[in-house]
Design a protein around this ligand. Structure first.
Ligand code: ADP
Ligand code: MG
Ligand code: MG
Length: 541
């Protein structure tokens, strides 16, 4: 253990000095760099050792597997290139898509790929070779892709596990498991304040990557009984793997705080954009784009059986490019398959006044439907700068908002409502769950409101945002407007608390961390120098 720690520290220092832009070209002595040696047991942990996790989902694994294929023989290389072209093809449009298809076809017809495709796609492959380009449809493409993956999961995958490329992967996994402390980051300005502490901007010292750090005061958590909620929030952030939901990169603790290091969203929240930037409301082109991203984010949460329960513009944050993500999972719950949330009588359920669905207000059991209702309210608010059942800053009792929500029809008085947005909102604001858009086994993405959105491209991050935040503007209220945190009583933390804090502090989140290594250039820098060296050695396991 001692030597490993030593090696990691050495590596850290080394990387600090070499991976900043500029430093990268500075001709550092690459031969002196080394990754830690993997320990022999339990290396892959809970993520498992299956093909999907090792060669597809984990970014560094994917890279190394590809390098292995390209390095092995022409047949493996053909398979790697075929898969790459598929990814490319999927995200293209129109002419470019046709071009990408030709490229797939050309690779598919090469003798190297035909050998494995014929053995794995059988008759189907034979049929495809006789098809002309125009008949080579999406289903045929999908079939060829699956046959390629089946081929790779067999022989090539077992060979990979014995190769220096996989040994290299295990070294990266060892590095990934390093202990994270506050020294790992530089800390910058406060971005906002939450119930348990502040959120500030941080930068990873050795990669330069910026994040936000949500700090939860340990004593405050204990006094307010927030420990369980903090863990739920952490688990949801960790599980979410979508560009429309805030993702977790690191979870660690220091003496006083639990820290969640998450995507940095410097463009402000949508509530600020609706009310605080001159003309009230958001113009329709932006509304369509944000609602498409919000809808994709909600669908992602629901696909994991998570009910968000706090959908509102304030919780939708914009990044520096103008793309949005859902944040703040303090109220979210994961439901066992097919189960509903039971409400205690006499207790008004979770959510924010003005966004709560009729089934919550009627104290019925409920599920995912409540999020679609809140999406409806949020779209209304983006257009009209008020809620469907509550005017902006209207002084009104919660009981009256409840009454209006249950009894009144939604009115569209604002001139900016056009026909498609009215129709979309009306379908999200159906008081009966069985009539509501998103709750009838239907997909809200098919609504005519989204006709200008290509959801494939949106998912791939290829749809240009209609508006980009200005880099020199702070999209938040003056810092003085943040309430100052009240003093916490002097509570004692016991060994049970300490155990909980340990359980919470799991360090780097693999997929996010690996992305950071690749995007910052650290992966290429350390890898190219080392792989050549270790490929020449014979590798022992
Ligand atoms: P709480 O659950 O205690 O309300 P939030 O998660 O809402 O805490 O965070 C508090 C505030 O910090 C937000 O209102 C926002 O202004 C800011 N904030 C939160 N997350 C981020 C982020 N990822 N990037 C930038 N600012 C953030
Ligand atoms: Mg909040
Ligand atoms: Mg919260």
């Amino acid at each position: 253990m001692g030597t490993l720690q030593g090696e990691l520290m050495y590596l850290n220092n080394l990387v600090v000095n070499t991976t900043y832009p500029g430093a990268q070209q500075a001709g550092t002595s690459r031969s002196s760099m080394s990754l830690p040696r993997p320990k022999s047991s339990g290396l892959l942990g809970s993520e498992g050792s299956c093909y999907e996790s090792l060669c597809e989902q984990q970014p560094i694994g994917r890279r190394l597997f590809r390098q292995f294929l390209l390095d092995s023989n022409s047949q493996y290389a053909a398979a790697a290139k075929l898969l790459e072209d598929f990814d490319y093809w999927q995200h293209m449009e129109d002419e470019a898509k046709e071009k990408a298809k030709m490229s797939v076809l050309a690779k598919f017809c090469q003798p190297e790929s035909r050998t494995f495709l014929f053995s794995h796609a059988g008759d189907a492959a034979e049929k495809y070779t006789s098809l002309s380009i125009s008949n080579f449809d999406e289903a045929a493409m999908e079939h060829v892709r699956e046959a390629t993956r089946t081929f790779l999961k067999g022989g090539p995958f077992s060979e990979y596990l014995k190769s220096p490329f996989f040994y290299r992967f295990l070294q990266w996994k060892e590095y990934e498991k390093q202990k994270i402390t506050r020294k790992y980051f530089y800390e910058f300005r406060t971005l906002g304040r939450g119930g348990f502490g502040e959120v500030c901007a941080v930068q990873v010292k050795h990669t330069g990557q910026m994040y936000a750090c949500k700090k939860l005061d340990k004593r405050r958590l204990k006094t307010k009984g927030g420990e369980r909620l903090a863990l739920i929030e952490k688990q949801i952030l960790e599980k979410a793997n979508s560009r429309f939901v805030i993702n977790l990169a690191y979870a660690y603790e220091d003496r006083t705080h639990l820290c969640l290091v998450i995507d940095l969203m410097s463009g402000g929240d949508l509530k600020f954009h609706i009310y605080d930037l001159g003309k009230r409301g958001i113009r329709m082109e932006r509304v369509v784009y944000y609602v498409a991203q919000i809808t994709s984010g909600i669908l992602h949460l629901h696909s994991m059986d998570i009910v968000y329960r706090d959908m509102k513009p304030e919780n939708v944050l914009l990044d520096a490019k103008g793309q949005c993500r859902l944040s703040d999972f303090g109220l979210a719950v994961e439901l066992p398959k097919g189960k509903k949330i039971c409400q205690k009588k006499g207790y008004i359920g979770a959510g924010t006044t003005g966004y709560m669905a009729p089934e919550i207000l009627r104290q019925e059991n409920y599920g995912m439907s409540v999020d679609w209702w809140s999406v409806g309210c949020s779209i209304y608010e983006m257009v009209a700068a008020r809620l469907p059942f509550k005017d902006f800053k209207e002084k009104v009792q919660n009981e009256e908002v409840t009454r209006r929500t249950l009894e009144d029809d939604c009115k569209f008085q604002h001139s900016d409502f056009d026909a498609p947005v009215k129709d979309l909102i009306s379908h999200f604001l159906k008081k009966k769950v069985q009539n509501r858009l998103g709750c009838r086994g239907d997909d809200p993405r098919n609504h005519v409101f989204f006709k200008g959105i290509n959801f494939h491209r949106l998912e791939a991050g290829l749809a240009e945002p209609p508006w980009v935040p200005k880099p020199n503007v702070i999209y938040a209220k003056d810092m003085d407007a943040f309430r100052t945190a009240s003093e916490v009583e002097d509570v004692k933390l016991d060994s049970k608390d300490e155990r909980f804090f340990k359980e919470f502090s799991t360090g780097a989140v693999p997929v996010r961390w690996q992305k950071e290594m690749i995007e910052s250039g650290t992966f290429d820098l350390l890898n190219s120098s080392e792989l050549n060296a270790s490929c020449q050695e014979s590798v022992c396991f």
